[in-house]
Design a protein around this ligand. Structure first.
Ligand code: MG
Ligand code: MG
Length: 247
């Protein structure tokens, strides 16, 4: 069941989204060779608390941290810890917050120092694919118009979209209906309506689309060891088009 949000609820979600944005801006300033993923997690945990918000991921399904940090061939759901970032790495950081009972969810992938041309291109294409998807998030379109736009952008550049993991509706729960795949033919799925709020989140691999989960039961990695990137925004569908709540 898709839960529509009224204007007041969307404004509450924007506050939660603002905390997530602030946290990712802080990560952006802090990412550099030598810092550990655990240190990034601590910075975000402190920031979220200082904003009077709650970290949405901490304890979610038993997840032990406030951010997911996914380095290089890690796609999503990496657990922060004592891994030290090195020059040339890329790191995806996913942050969720709860403010007044509403969730915000957003992710970006960052360059650590100077990265390869291929890594740079992967980040650019993944963020652009997210934006192409967001453009389709308007009343009268179908859900898979978003999916299709993401897939097209990615595959035109020779990369692949992860299919085993998808975006999602969001509101008073982190994961609500509908699921938002990053692939598919256009004109299918639910008709988009004003008041829907969804997290659109392309996960893009340089090589095969296939992924597997590590022994820690969380970290998703590419099956072929190729680099992967992840960008995500929480987006409200309004009468006049998409309204990004995490920017
Ligand atoms: Mg997320
Ligand atoms: Mg999400």
């Amino acid at each position: 069941m898709i839960v529509l949000k009224n204007d007041k609820e969307i404004e509450k979600m924007r506050r939660s989204g603002g905390v997530v944005k602030g946290a990712l801006d802080l990560v952006s300033k802090s990412v550099k060779p030598g810092i550990t993923t655990g240190e990034l997690d601590s910075l975000v945990a402190e920031y979220i608390e200082s904003e009077g918000a709650k970290a949405a991921f901490l304890g979610y399904g038993g997840f032990p941290a406030s951010i997911c940090s996914s380095v290089n061939d890690e796609v999503v759901h990496g657990i922060p810890g004592d891994r030290t970032l090195e020059e040339g790495d890329i790191i995806g950081v996913d942050v969720g917050s709860i403010v007044n009972g509403f969730y915000g969810d957003s992710a970006r992938t960052f360059e650590v120092g100077t990265v390869s041309t291929e890594a740079k291109k992967l980040l650019q294409v993944t963020e652009r694919a997210l934006n192409k998807g967001i453009e389709q998030a308007k009343p009268g379109n179908y859900l898979s118009d978003i999916s299709h736009a993401v897939q097209q952008e990615v595959e035109a550049e020779g990369f692949s979209v992860v299919r085993k993991l998808v975006g999602h509706g969001i509101g008073r729960k982190m994961h609500e209906d509908p699921q938002v795949p990053n692939y598919g033919r256009p004109g299918r799925g639910v008709l988009l309506r004003e008041g829907m709020v969804i997290a659109i989140e392309p996960m893009v691999n340089v090589g095969s689309a296939d992924v597997r989960v590590l022994e820690d039961d969380w970290t998703v990695v590419t099956i072929d060891g190729s680099l992967s990137a992840h960008f995500e925004h929480t987006v409200a569908i309004r009468g006049d088009g998409p309204d990004i709540l995490t920017s």
